[in-house]
Design a protein around this ligand. Structure first.
Ligand code: SAH
Length: 344
């Protein structure tokens, strides 16, 4: 089955060239409103029957919503090929945020993260990434003229820059004026630091907020927890990040999950401050969330680490952790399997 949300308006026009050109725009807005082909009632019944043989409108369906505290919900979604993914909806005082997955599983293998536990199954298409937003927007009472979602973060399962082409196409679809139209100022892409793709993104014309999962201030410690550190050094990441800032003018965010005895010493805080000073950036300190099987624990020294950074002039905060009561916090989203129990 092909997914209508994978297509731009022009691609729909080309694909359905035997139809009047406004039909493509109608299909586009129905799909971006989360409507099924059956609900596309302004199209002729005959055409809808033809569409249904080959296409679904949205590339996923919601199997379950796990409601957590403070308006946070985790959604379990089934893709057209029965694979399962998760996304998380969070209410904030500045608007609602959705955290979407970009791959089924992940092949980065970070030691502290559940998403890569069983490796990568496959990339999500642009329309499948968008489907998560379209479905949750509709479920929360939104549509394309009045969005229930104002911020999008690519921080669910998967490494977005390991699925670069689909992610870039997703940005174009999401920015489309006739669609959900979330501005790139309100989109964050989080990466473990695939440098060549950071350069490509900077040159692509798409400028979401770049968030780097750094989690260590030197290569030796980083290699212990993140295999990608064997491919790119921290110096290379900082160089690519500065390039991103120069090209886009966007402040870069560094994520740093504090792990007891691994990266939480004051010496590490000093090294981190040297790395991130000199260009507009911000450090988000994250309290490590519990992940089964990972023999790593949350540092008790978050406040000390924070005051060390701020006293050295680094802009830094400890991030509010949302969703851990539904296993929906950072690093807790994983590849689920049909029939697998969920402990919430
Ligand atoms: N692959 C991307 C995006 C997914 S993870 C990346 O690496 O950035 C989103 C954020 O959660 C990343 O900063 C990631 O390092 C962090 N994270 C993963 N596991 C975590 C855990 N157990 N506790 C806290 N943060 C975690």
């Amino acid at each position: 089955m092909k997914i209508l949300l994978d297509y731009s308006i022009n691609e729909l026009k080309e694909t359905f060239s035997s139809q009047k050109s406004f039909v493509a725009e109608q299909i586009f807005s129905f799909a971006h409103n989360g409507k099924s082909v059956d609900e596309m009632t302004s199209l002729s019944k005959e055409f809808r029957e033809y569409l249904k043989d080959e296409y679904v409108s949205v590339g996923a369906e919601v199997l379950k919503e796990f409601k957590g505290k403070e308006g946070t919900s985790k959604f379990l979604l089934k893709l057209v090929d029965n694979q399962l993914i998760e996304c998380v909806f969070m209410e904030n005082n500045y608007g609602n945020t959705i955290c979407v997955s970009t791959q089924v599983g992940c092949r980065m293998g970070c030691k502290f993260c559940a998403s890569g536990k069983d490796g990568l199954s496959r990339n999500l298409s642009a329309g499948e990434i968008l489907s998560q937003i379209v479905l949750v927007n509709r479920l929360k009472g939104g549509n394309i003229s009045k969005r229930a979602i104002s911020n999008v973060v690519l921080m669910g399962s998967g490494e977005p820059l390991d699925n670069y082409d689909n992610v870039v196409k997703f940005f174009s679809l999401l920015n489309e004026k006739k669609g959900i139209n979330v501005s790139e100022r309100n989109i964050s892409l989080s990466t473990c630091g695939i440098c060549d793709k950071i350069y490509s993104l900077a040159d692509s014309g798409h400028h979401p907020t770049l968030t780097i999962s750094l989690h260590a201030a030197d290569d030796v410690s980083r290699k212990k927890i993140m295999p990608i550190a064997n491919k790119y050094s921290i110096d290379e990441i900082i160089k690519a990040t500065k390039y991103y800032f120069e090209k886009t003018g966007r402040r870069v965010i560094f994520e740093y999950s504090l792990i007891e005895g691994v990266n939480d010493s004051l010496d590490e805080a000093k090294k981190l401050s040297t790395l991130v000073k000199g260009f507009p950036s911000h450090v988000n300190l994250i309290r490590l969330n519990k992940v089964d099987g990972a023999n790593l624990s949350c540092s008790g020294g978050a406040k000390k680490f924070l005051s060390a950074l701020t006293s050295m002039g680094v802009s830094a905060t400890i991030r509010r952790s949302l969703g851990s009561d539904v296993e929906g916090a950072c690093g807790q989203l994983k590849r689920r399997y049909l029939g697998e129990g969920q402990n919430c």
